[in-house]
Design a protein around this ligand. Structure first.
Ligand SMILES: [Fe+2]
Ligand SMILES: [Fe+2]
Length: 216
């Protein structure tokens, strides 16, 4: 039976496989340099401290790296962890009563923040990398669904929090997030990850962490 290590070995031998796109151009996600994981962030942190950017930057750095380390510092595990955490927030929202208007407003805000950061990382790094690897149909489908995520957020934010429509809308929204996350986690991301070398995957993780930090 093929193991994860076997597939990594296989991937290492096809390092250049997705470096170029269909037109033979070098990808924006070309993976030949030594930039990987948290090292560039550490360098930037030191530089930031040196010029006095200070506490806010350090907070963002620590938040992003702790998320990343919890997920084993792999881009797909970080995204899967964020899916799980967001669905848990939906469950808290679904457990509220119509009278819990303040709690509902606060949870919608938290979900909005989490989904914005998550979508930013995917839209700035993962989906463009998918397109560079000619996985355009999946990338376009997923990004199209992000549009509906924004629509649900808009509806919930502008709805009276004690409206009888509130919980049914949250339920529909949760279903959308769950099936979107399932498509990413079970179909698109594993296939894409397995087509890349270890170095290419590390590059995506590094780029994604940098984008995530901008949204912390
Ligand atoms: Fe997504
Ligand atoms: Fe996602």
């Amino acid at each position: 039976m093929a193991t994860r290590n076997d597939s990594r070995e296989r991937n290492r031998s096809t390092t250049k496989k997705n470096t170029n796109n269909r037109n033979g151009e070098r990808s924006a996600f070309s993976f030949g340099d030594s930039d990987s994981g948290a090292l560039p962030l550490l360098g930037a942190l030191a530089a930031g401290a040196a010029i006095g950017i200070g506490a806010n930057w350090a907070r963002k750095f620590l938040q992003q790296t702790s998320e990343s380390m919890m997920a084993g510092n792999e881009w797909d595990s970080i995204l899967a962890l964020e899916h799980k955490a967001t669905l848990a927030k939906f469950d808290l929202l679904l457990a509220t009563e119509d009278s819990d208007t303040g709690k509902r407003a606060a949870l919608v805000k938290t979900i909005h923040y989490a989904l914005n950061k998550h979508a930013h990382q995917e839209e700035q790094v993962v989906y463009p990398a998918l397109r560079q690897a000619n996985e355009t149909v999946d990338a376009d489908h997923l990004e199209h669904e992000h549009g509906y995520v924004k629509t649900y957020l808009y509806r919930l934010e502008n709805m009276e929090k004690d409206s009888p429509e509130f919980l049914p809308t949250v339920r529909e929204f949760r279903d959308l997030i769950e099936q979107h996350a399932r498509m990413e986690e079970e179909q698109v991301y594993p296939r894409f990850k397995n087509s890349l070398s270890e170095e290419q995957n590390a590059k995506i993780t590094s780029l994604m962490n940098k984008e995530g930090m901008k949204m912390n």
